[in-house]
Design a binder for this molecule. Structure first.
Ligand code: GLV
Length: 309
C-alpha cells in the first residue's frame, strides 16, 4: 500500500527518511506519475486534490496542517477519513505565538511601535500587571489548552470558551452562547484559536466587539474568515478596541491597500503562527498509520458529520 505525499519536496524528504526508518509495509511516494492509483491508501496534502476519484482504495487523507477548513464536506469521497495534524511542533509554535502576542499587547508594544515611527519617547502608564489582566481564549482544543498552561506562568487571570463543557485548573471555563457573552464582558485581551466552521465564520464581528469592555485588544490566530475586518477597523478607530495582533486575514495575502496594513494599532504577521515541522509531523503521522492499521482511531480524526465550513 502507498502513502502519497502531495506537499513540498523539502518536507517530503524528511518524511521519506522517517518512513524508511520507522514504518514497514507502507510505500512512501511523492511521485504522482509513477504511483499505482489502486495502491494508494493514504494521501497527505494541504488542500484537497481534484482527482481523488483516481484512488479507489483511498482510506484516509492526512492534512499537513492543523486546520482543515479547506476540506468542505463535498471535497472528499464518502467514507474517506480526514485526519488533521495534531503535532507537538505545531502546538509549540502556536503557544509561542500566543504568548508573544499576549505579552506584546499586555506591554503595549503596538503603542510603542507606533510611537517609535513618530520618534516619540513616552511611557504608557500605569502599566497593568498580569494579576489584573483578564486574558480569554476562544477555543479550548489542544492548542488552547497548551496556550493557557503557558499563560498561567505569567499570572494572568485566565478564561476560556468552547462549545462543549471543559474544566481546567486555574481557568474559568465558559460554554454556549450565554457563556460566550459572559466571558467577553470580563476580558482585556481576547485570543481567537477557533477552527473555521459554519458556526465560527464571522464570529469576530461588531456584536462580539461591542460585548468586550472598552480598551480590550485581540489576538487572532484562527482563520481570516472569522474576522469582520471592517468592524475591527471601526472598533479600533473609535477606541473601543485598543489593539489587534493578527496572524490571519481574508483574503490571504491581505491586499496591499487594505486599511489594516497601515493601522497604527495593528500588528500583522503572514499566517506563520504555526508551520508544520516535518521531523515531528512525520513521527506523528507514522504513529497514526500504526493506529489505523491496528483498526484504532487515529489522533486528529475529523468528525465529518460535524464538519462544514
Ligand atoms: C495553519 O494554519 C494550520 O492549519 O496548520
Amino acid at each position: 500500500m502507498t502513502f502519497l505525499f502531495l506537499c513540498d519536496a523539502e518536507r517530503g524528504a524528511v518524511f521519506a527518511r522517517a518512513f524508511a526508518e520507522h514504518l514497514h509495509g507502507v510505500r512512501f511516494s511523492m511521485d504522482l506519475d509513477v504511483v499505482d492509483p489502486n495502491d494508494v491508501r493514504y494521501i497527505m496534502t494541504w488542500k484537497p486534490p481534484k482527482d481523488l476519484a483516481r484512488y479507489p482504495n483511498l482510506d484516509a487523507v492526512f492534512c499537513i496542517g492543523a486546520g482543515v477548513d479547506q476540506f468542505s464536506n463535498g471535497s472528499l469521497p464518502y467514507g474517506v477519513k480526514l485526519i488533521r495534524m495534531v503535532d507537538e511542533g505545531i502546538t509549540r509554535m502556536v503557544v509561542e505565538y500566543v504568548v508573544m502576542a499576549v505579552l506584546s499587547l499586555h506591554r503595549n508594544l503596538h503603542v510603542y511601535i507606533d510611537q517609535q515611527r513618530r520618534r516619540l519617547w513616552r511611557e504608557v502608564v500605569p502599566q497593568a500587571q498580569p494579576a489584573d489582566r483578564r486574558v480569554s481564549i476562544l477555543g479550548i482544543g489542544v492548542l488552547g489548552q497548551a496556550a493557557l498552561a503557558k499563560l498561567q506562568d505569567f499570572g494572568f487571570k485566565l478564561s476560556a470558551w468552547s462549545r462543549s463543557a471543559r474544566s481546567i485548573d486555574g481557568v474559568e471555563c465558559f460554554r454556549g452562547q450565554d457563556g460566550l457573552y459572559e466571558m467577553l464582558g470580563a476580558t482585556d485581551i481576547l485570543v481567537c484559536l477557533l477552527p473555521l466552521t459554519s458556526e465560527t465564520r464571522g464570529i469576530l464581528n461588531e456584536r462580539l466587539f461591542s460585548a468586550l469592555p472598552r480598551g480590550t485588544s485581540i489576538v487572532h490566530a484562527g482563520r481570516g474568515r472569522q474576522l469582520d475586518s471592517d468592524a475591527l477597523v471601526a472598533a479600533l478607530d473609535t477606541g473601543h478596541l485598543s489593539g489587534a495582533f493578527l496572524d490571519v486575514a481574508d483574503p490571504e495575502p491581505l491586499p496591499s491597500d487594505h486599511p489594516l496594513w497601515r493601522h497604527p494599532k495593528v500588528i500583522i504577521t503572514p499566517h506563520i503562527a504555526a508551520i508544520t515541522q516535518p521531523a515531528s509531523a512525520a513521527m506523528t503521522t507514522i504513529e497514526n498509520l500504526k493506529l489505523l492499521q491496528a483498526g484504532r482511531a487515529p489522533i486528529g480524526l475529523v468528525d465529518r458529520e460535524d464538519f462544514s465550513s
